[in-house]
Ligand binder design. Structure first.
Ligand code: ADP
Ligand code: 5GP
Length: 185
């Protein structure tokens, strides 16, 4: 099974994905996307993302290397490489995706029954702002852009197979574990 995690930025996607990777290191692996945005904080090329130039991104689009790609924010492109799914499945692991809402809906459409799409829902926009500010790695201008986008993304929750409300963290982990258990059966 492939799991597609989507949510407005700051809702807790990385926290959910890291929970699965920590609890089941041999079962899951995260697909690493390409992006044209520069690394943030401690991010490393080939770990969080493949950080590439706009020229290289265009070249890879021309070569048909992406399952899906998108301009997620103004001037910033993100894309899922076909080779990532192959790499992870060849290693005998299940693929996890952490991508934006539009990309996730597209990917689910492409992968069909092979994938479960999961929407991580923040308790409120105010709490989302608090978490983005608290994370301390995004400029105030980008935070406002992400919050504006979040309100629109929340309307697409209905297109997902599952919704996990990330209010209390432990409770969110329990909801997620139940979804995974179901997928194993
Ligand atoms: P995303 O990957 O969706 O952008 P993150 O997983 O980075 O979001 O979470 C954003 C911030 O909110 C992080 O600092 C994270 O530690 C914090 N966070 C995540 N889940 C919760 C929660 N249930 N309660 C409080 N803070 C949380
Ligand atoms: P960030 O810059 O905070 O790492 O990510 C910004 C947004 O881009 C997040 O919503 C993230 O999930 C999304 N994203 C990351 N990789 C991809 C991808 O390959 N495709 C799409 N469509 N979105 C992605």
């Amino acid at each position: 099974m492939i799991y597609i995690f989507c949510a407005p930025s700051g809702s807790g996607k990385s926290t959910m994905v890291n929970h699965l990777l920590t609890c089941h290191p041999n079962l899951f692996e995260l697909s690493i996307s390409c992006t044209t945005r520069p690394p943030r904080g401690q991010e490393v090329h080939g770990r969080e993302y493949y950080f590439i130039s706009m020229d290289e991104f265009r070249q890879r689009v021309e070569n048909n290397e992406f399952v899906e790609y998108e301009q997620v924010y103004e001037g910033l492109y993100y894309g899922t490489l076909k080779s990532e799914i192959e790499r992870i499945e060849r290693a005998g692991r299940q693929v996890l995706f952490d991508i934006d809402v539009k990309g996730g809906i597209n990917l689910k459409r492409i992968l069909g029954d092979r994938a479960t799409s999961i929407f991580i829902c923040p308790p409120s926009i105010d709490e989302l702002r608090r978490r983005l500010v608290g994370r301390g790695d995004t400029s105030p201008e980008m935070i406002e852009k992400r919050l504006a986008k979040a309100s629109i993304e929340m309307e697409d929750m209905k297109y997902f197979d599952r919704v996990v409300i990330n209010d209390n963290l432990e409770h969110a982990f329990q909801q997620l574990d139940a979804i995974i258990e179901e997928g194993e059966n």
